[in-house]
Design a protein around this ligand. Structure first.
Ligand code: SF4
Ligand code: SF4
Length: 365
């Protein structure tokens, strides 16, 4: 079947229209308003003493492997640690005013509109009405887009699990919350540096603390609006970028940043096969036309060369014939001339001999 350019572009248009029609329905739409009564955790870093009990509790409630360094060893606090597939939460120490150590607990921030969910095309991540962003390993294909998308660099991967690696991160102890229990880390914290509750209530509490103790707190609740808001809120006595929190994220939810690109996914997925098939068919068609044109050109060149060769041959033949004719004529002429000359010589000689001959002949008579 020859595919004309017009037919191919017609297909593209048709495919594009259908694909553009279906809006990417990744796990969240970029107009998600959030769950009014969703829960959250307020982490007041001014109250954290870096005891690592939360790490130990998290390890226990999630039945994670025993850590390489025991939770009683506080020397690790000064290393900039990230969450891993075996540690959903880590506490890091930062130098504060006058050298006073500041401890900050890191884990999944359970964004209101999670980037990990918005990029996951199999919807393995879901934002629950309880506030947790939960992961369904049964649909995960292990593409790890979520790890690239997370602005807080949280999701980790079980690289050491050859057969069924999963993406691992804090679950906000969703199963425990559904049972009406506190998240493990919150329950274990001895200084109430972690408080669990309705997000709206925690925002009020945080605001009150700032208003009551302006000398103690930076006038900002981290997570209130970052990336569209998170369910893990932070208070600090130091500027947030000084305690390792990103201040360059802006307030636009990740899905709004990716919705455009994702909206194109069906179109790309729908278009690519058509596009590639079309390009392939067109290049094949071009190749075929080029081959035909080349064959024609070669045939024409051969025919022309043949004609020219024939003409040259004819000319050569003609020339040879003429030369031969000329040569023959020349030879004939020469022969004739020689003959004539010979004849003439003979005649002359005959004439010379005849007085002798005639005398002879007369002798004979
Ligand atoms: S909420 Fe649960 S999973 Fe998340 S850090 Fe705390 S204990 Fe770990
Ligand atoms: S348990 Fe509480 S005080 Fe201890 S490190 Fe964790 S958040 Fe800080």
């Amino acid at each position: 079947m020859s595919l004309s350019r017009r037919k191919f572009l017609g297909w593209i248009g048709a495919a594009g229209m259908t694909a553009a029609g279906s809006k990417a329905s990744a796990a969240t739409t970029h107009h998600f308003e959030g769950y009014p009564d969703s829960m959250a955790v307020l982490h007041d870093t001014t109250l954290c003493i870096g005891c690592r009990r939360c790490e130990a509790a998290c390890n226990a409630v999630n039945e994670l492997p025993a850590p390489e360094v025991p939770f009683t060893d506080l020397t690790v606090l000064t290393n900039r640690r990230r969450t891993t597939s075996k540690a959903y939460t880590v506490v890091n120490q930062k130098p504060g005013k006058g050298g006073r150590p500041i401890f900050v607990k890191n884990q999944c921030n359970h964004c209101l509109e999670p980037a990990c969910a918005s990029v996951c095309f199999v919807q393995a991540f879901k934002k629950t009405k309880e506030g947790a962003v939960v992961y369904d390993a049964s649909v995960c294909v292990g593409c790890r887009y979520c790890m690239v998308a997370c602005p807080f660099e949280i999701p980790t991967y079980e690289y050491d699990n050859a057969f069924s690696p999963k993406v691992m991160k804090c679950t906000m102890c969703h199963p425990r919350v559904l049972e009406g229990k506190l998240p493990g880390c919150v329950e274990s914290c001895p200084t109430e540096a972690l408080v669990f509750g309705r997000r709206d209530d925690l925002l009020k509490i945080a605001r009150q603390r700032i208003v009551r103790r302006p000398e103690k707190y930076v006038d900002h609740i981290y997570g209130e609006r970052e990336m569209g808001g998170t369910s893990w809120l932070y208070l600090s006595g130091e500027p947030f970028d000084a305690i390792g929190m990103r201040m360059d994220l802006g307030v636009t939810p990740a899905p709004e940043l990716t919705a455009g690109a994702l909206g194109a996914v069906p179109m790309v997925v729908g278009l690519w096969p058509v596009l590639l098939t079309g390009i392939y068919a067109m290049s094949k068609r071009k190749e075929k036309i080029a081959a035909e044109e080349k064959a024609q050109a070669v045939a024409a060149a051969l025919a022309e060369a043949g004609e020219q060769a024939a003409a040259r041959l004819d000319a050569t033949m003609e020339k040879a014939k003429q030369e031969k004719t000329a040569a023959v004529e020349k030879a004939v002429k020469e022969a004739l001339a020689a003959d004539a000359k010979a004849r003439a010589v003979a005649e002359i000689q005959g004439a010379a001999q005849a007085p002798e001959g005639a005398a002879g002949d007369e002798k004979d008579e």
